[in-house]
Design a protein around this ligand. Structure first.
Ligand SMILES: Cc1ncc(COP(=O)(O)O)c(C=O)c1O
Length: 438
């Protein structure tokens, strides 16, 4: 990325199309895109290294903590940094290989030729409301079986926005312990009380709701989870959660980040059977299987109307690029017209799990997301580097992205690889992990 060296040493491209530039520091590794939220004071010395980051943990009841500088982070295996995309792809979320699919490129090229602007030129409630957004939202609502859909910049923005807008003061948000950071962050930044429930445990959700009611909680309950967990590759017990929501008059908010496009009829996601219900809000991210970027929030017209009028990121931010809306529309069409993509991925998933078993590698999921839990952070790093040296782009995931003591390789299956690639990657993994007892 070109920039004037006299002003800054480095620039970072943010997920909501922002560019952060600063002196050669490591801002990215510690910064939240929403670090300026109400009660947080995030202070960075950016002329060199980060000195401290104060975080007021708000209603969680914990005292404000002062995080250590990056070079002494507890994982002790060094700060992170973006690395180049080299090697065979076992790391991306491009599950259906749509990110560079010719149909996606052609759709965007045609839109450019037809004069579609690159930028929306303003927020949706001002002049940034383009016909591309409206067409996408109408088609997405129909595809996902919801009354209405709203297009956001990304999954992080959508989760954060919904959680800081819909649950009100006096409500309770019950969040699964392993949900994505955007859900944790949105919950903490929002107005409602919140509790963390044990992972994938409907009893824990129910007990949490009961305890809260017994303590006098009067407001509405929001049960929040992912349908397929991005770091563990396991599925949420959706039926039980839907039943609990009905029993306790609760709303259910489901992030389908890793399921959209891959699971459900025509790739409508795992929440599709419940999508039309008034008490269900679903987030479909568009940067994973849909090969673009952005996110679609699907819900009832009443809920979407509330978001449009109350959601600050929707009201005050420049609308997503109309060209990206075109790309997402094309992706939704591809899902309907090229079912063979999902079928190929399904076969690749079964094949890979079978081959793992044949090599004595532990079965850790049933999905396209395969964690290989290592535990130790430094060893995870070494293993990931060894795999990359062998030509396989497998990434190590360390705390805080996953709970302490569960550092892992996150193997991701996409149509960017075939069975031969999977076989040689597993051979390499078996060799690299031989003799390593966890
Ligand atoms: C479940 C889930 N939701 C939301 C996000 C963030 O989505 P985006 O990358 O579109 O901001 C992620 C990112 O990996 C995710 O795993």
């Amino acid at each position: 990325m070109k920039q004037k060296q006299s002003f800054s040493d480095r620039a970072l491209c943010g997920s909501t199309a922002t560019i952060v530039s600063c002196k050669a520091g490591t801002l990215a590794a510690n910064a939240s895109p929403f670090c300026s939220r109400r009660r947080d004071k995030a202070c960075f010395e950016i002329a060199g290294s980060v000195v401290s980051e104060r975080v007021d943990s708000g209603r969680s009841g914990k005292k404000a903590d002062c995080r250590p500088p990056l070079h002494t982070r507890e994982e002790n295996s060094g700060p992170r940094g973006p690395e180049p995309c080299t090697g065979i792809d076992f790391a991306s979320y491009d599950y259906l290989a749509l990110a560079s699919a010719p149909r996606m490129r052609q759709a965007v090229s045609r839109a450019i030729e037809a004069g579609t602007p690159i930028g929306a030129g303003g927020p949706r409630l001002l002049r940034g409301n383009c016909q591309e957004h409206e067409r996408l939202e109408a088609e997405a609502a129909q595809f996902f079986g919801a009354e209405r859909a709203l297009f956001f910049d990304g999954g992080y923005a959508a989760n954060f926005s919904v959680l800081t807008t819909l649950p009100q003061r006096g409500d309770l948000v019950v969040v699964d312990s392993l949900v994505h950071a955007s859900i944790h962050d949105g919950t903490r930044a929002g107005r409602a009380d919140f509790r963390i429930s044990a992972h994938n445990d409907p009893h824990s959700v129910e007990n949490t709701i009961r305890d809260w009611r017994a303590q006098g909680g009067m407001g509405r309950v929001w049960i929040v989870t992912e349908s397929l967990y991005g770091m563990d590759g396991d599925f949420a017990p959706l039926e039980e959660l839907v039943a609990l929501a009905a029993l306790y008059g609760a709303f259910l908010m489901l992030c389908e980040g890793h399921a959209t496009g891959v699971y459900g009829e025509q790739g409508r996601g795992l929440a599709a059977p419940y999508a039309g219900r008034d008490n269900v809000v679903v987030i479909h991210t568009c940067g994973k299987a849909l090969g673009a970027t952005g996110a679609l929030v699907t819900a009832s017209s009443a809920v979407c109307g509330f978001i449009i009028n109350r959601c600050r990121p929707f009201m005050y931010a420049t609308a997503p690029s109309p060209l990206i809306a075109v790309a997402v529309r094309e992706a939704l069409l591809i899902l309907q017209q090229e079912p063979e993509r999902r079928e190929r991925l399904e076969k690749l998933i079964s094949f890979t799990h079978r081959e793992m078993k044949a090599r004595g590698l532990p079965r850790s999921s049933n999905s396209q997301i395969i964690p290989y839990i290592v535990g130790d952070n430094a060893h995870t790093n070494r293993l990931a580097s060894a795999m990359r040296k062998r030509g396989f782009d497998v990434r190590g995931i360390r705390p805080p992205m996953v709970p302490a003591g569960t550092a892992r390789l996150r193997i991701s299956l996409t149509l960017n690889v075939n069975e031969r690639d999977a076989t040689s990657m597993l051979d390499a993994l078996a060799e690299e992990t031989r003799g390593y007892s966890r």
